[in-house]
Design a protein. Structure first.
Length: 197
């Protein structure tokens, strides 16, 4: 993957390409849109594309990172090193879900689409690991403040919360109702906080 552009104009052009690609790939899959489709949607040219990306695979990798950043932006509790409120994080997840009009997870939607591309599979695995680690850190801070049971293992908690989010989001997407996601998150948090101080 090429390094990020040094100029503001270059960063804006690259961001326009990635944003357009992310929108198209979310609708049609990572393999769906062609480079020409992305260029038409972003209002950019081929020379600009190859100035910022080595290949379509390189663009897909950038899209995965872009989607991860969108998730972190929508869940600021995971970027705040002092945050310890699982319910506030839950509310951030639900707000993002409502804003997406019952859409799938911006990153989870690509699960199963990268199996034949080792580079993309490795990136998706690494991004989910980072997400799970951020949730584990949140659970650890909550435990330190007595908001989570003292016997909770933060790594297990991070995995539980991420699984609850992914499973709940998928079922809510299918039914076009937020209920499954709400209940899934609430149930996971209840497991972690039952009997807390």
């Amino acid at each position: 993957m090429k390094s990020l552009p040094a100029t503001e104009r270059g960063r804006r052009t690259r961001a326009a390409i990635v944003t357009a690609a992310a929108r198209l790939m979310r609708l049609h899959g990572l393999a769906g849109p062609s480079v020409d489709d992305v260029l038409a949607a972003s209002g950019t040219g081929k020379s600009q594309f190859y100035h910022y990306f080595d290949s379509r695979l390189d663009l897909a990798a950038a899209v995965l990172h872009h989607q991860y950043d969108r998730i972190m932006d929508a869940q600021p509790a995971l970027r705040d090193l002092d945050h310890a409120d699982l319910l506030a994080w839950r509310d951030q997840v639900m707000a993002a879900y409502h804003k997406s009009s019952h859409g799938m997870c911006p990153l989870g939607t690509f699960a199963g689409q990268v199996d034949d591309e080792p580079q993309l599979s490795d990136i998706l695995d690494e991004l989910f690991d980072r997400w799970e680690k951020a949730l584990a850190d949140l659970a650890s801070h909550a435990r330190d403040q007595g908001r989570v049971r003292p016997d909770v293992d933060p790594e297990d908690a991070g995995r539980l919360l991420l699984a609850a989010l992914q499973g709940g989001a998928m079922i809510s997407h299918i039914h076009r109702l937020p209920t499954a996601l709400e209940r899934s998150l609430d149930a996971a948090i209840a497991v972690l906080t039952a009997g807390d101080a």
